[in-house]
Design a protein around this ligand. Structure first.
Ligand SMILES: NC(=O)c1ccc[n+]([C@@H]2O[C@H](COP(=O)([O-])OP(=O)(O)OC[C@H]3O[C@@H](n4cnc5c(N)ncnc54)[C@H](OP(=O)(O)O)[C@@H]3O)[C@@H](O)[C@H]2O)c1
Length: 390
């Protein structure tokens, strides 16, 4: 019997956060929730707090925090408000593991805080690493923090590399389900709706990452994430289509051996592994049944159909502030699409124009990167006003 891990769940009301709480609830002797954090889902975080009894809850939106504080009055749960509350959870002395499951760049200050505090960070929130990997990775080394990926592809690579000679790795291959529109003819993408984009064939996820899966920007972000997590050159990171989402990634070694990690498409497995690492705890669900599946399919990725992967590679090659521009423009474009303001096919163009307008420069602080993020949003909101008038 191992020790009890004390866990801060940041983004506890989202898709990853809720699944993490399911995993935690399944191992009451091994995991204990010490903090929960969300943006504004007060009712949900109150219900979670009543069940898991954390010492600290952070609700970023002040009005929602006030409601949560009233509901939890007298329960012994401390409710913090604003972005500072999230930072308190990220650096909480009582937390052994910080699960970062916020969405978007909004998670960057908290991930940075957790890394600086030397925590084990179970990282689902990929955007902070995409934008600030060049600062986060050296800081993690300095502070003794450990990043354990939750993203299924990166969890696969992390698992495949355990006990291996890193210098012998020649290539990794990330698999892509192809998202909601993988079967659709390219012409039909013009008229797809947000509801169609949100109906992912193999994964149930939050709205931003689901739309990113449909544009394949998610895979672009994952290429950048893999670059930072595993110290790989961009040309060592490839993507192939794999509609079943059973093989989560492959690692190729210099002797020609290729290792793959297989599991059913269920995020609770990589979440659990990240929380229990290096130990493997049992899971009640049956493992992959290859005989029942019969076949697994793979296909090359069409660069013309999915320009977002190229844009992500270009931003990674440009370095400095370019990934921050890529990410901010993507967040804005996805939100506009979800609001019905632009067509699905306009998303890559918005990102490409934002990158073209920006001269990438070195960025040596989190504040500088957040300033670039704000600049891009500001300039896009001016462009957006013109979009609506169209
Ligand atoms: N879902 C998946 O299967 C999956 C798989 C791989 C990777 N990921 C990555 O994991 C991250 C989370 O994805 P998700 O699908 O779980 O997203 P989600 O369902 O949209 O949940 C997002 C969570 O973050 C919180 N949040 C949003 N903005 C915040 C802010 N400004 N400050 C503090 N908290 C904030 C939300 O709180 P409220 O509820 O209060 O808004 C919610 O708890 C993303 O980076 C995604 O790319 C997800």
């Amino acid at each position: 019997m191992g020790e009890t891990r004390r866990i801060a769940v940041l983004g506890s009301t989202g898709s990853i956060g809720r699944q993490a709480l399911e995993v935690i609830a399944a191992f009451p002797d091994r995991f204990q929730v010490v903090a929960l954090a969300c943006h504004r889902s007060a009712d949900q975080v109150v219900a979670q707090s009543r069940r898991f009894r954390p010492g600290l809850v952070a609700v970023v939106d002040p009005a929602a925090a006030e409601r949560a504080a009233e509901e939890l009055n007298g329960t012994g749960v401390d409710v913090a408000s604003g972005p500072e509350g999230l930072l308190r959870c990220a650096a909480l002395a009582e937390a052994d593991v910080v699960l970062a499951a916020m969405t978007g760049i909004a998670g960057l200050p908290a991930v940075w805080e957790a890394v600086r505090a030397g925590k084990t960070v179970a990282l689902a929130n990929k955007e902070p690493l995409v934008v600030a990997g060049h600062l986060i990775m050296p800081e993690a080394k300095r502070a003794g923090a450990r990043l354990v990926p939750v993203d299924s592809e990166h969890s696969a690579i992390f698992q495949l590399l355990l006990g291996q000679d890193r210098a012998a790795v020649t290539r990794v291959v990330l698999t892509a389900s192809g998202g909601a529109f993988r079967e659709l003819p390219a012409e039909a993408l013009e008229t797809v709706t947000p509801a169609q984009a949100l109906a992912h064939p193999t994964w149930q996820m939050g709205p931003k990452v689901t739309v990113d899966s449909a544009t394949l920007m998610n895979k672009g972000l994952e290429i950048i994430e893999a670059h930072w997590l595993f110290g790989l050159r961009p040309d060592q990171i490839e993507v192939i289509l794999h509609p079943e989402s059973i093989v989560h990634s492959l690692v190729e070694f210099g002797d020609g051996s290729v290792l793959a990690q297989l599991a059913n498409p269920d995020m609770r497995l990589p979440i659990q592994f990240a929380l229990s690492y290096p130990e493997r705890l049992p899971r009640p669900e049956p493992p992959v049944d290859l005989a029942r599946l019969g076949a697994l399919n793979f296909a090359p990725l069409s660069a013309t159909r999915w320009p977002c992967v190229r844009l992500a590679r270009e931003a990674l090659a440009a370095g400095g502030t370019a990934p921050a521009v890529l990410n901010a423009a993507d967040e804005v474009a996805v939100s506009w699409f979800l609001e019905g303001r632009i067509r699905f096919t306009e998303i890559p163009g918005i990102i490409e124009r934002a990158l073209a307008r920006h001269a990438a420069r070195p960025a040596d602080s989190i504040e500088a990167l957040l300033a670039v993020d704000a600049e891009v949003r500001e300039s896009l909101s001016r462009e957006g006003a013109q979009c609506i008038q169209r």
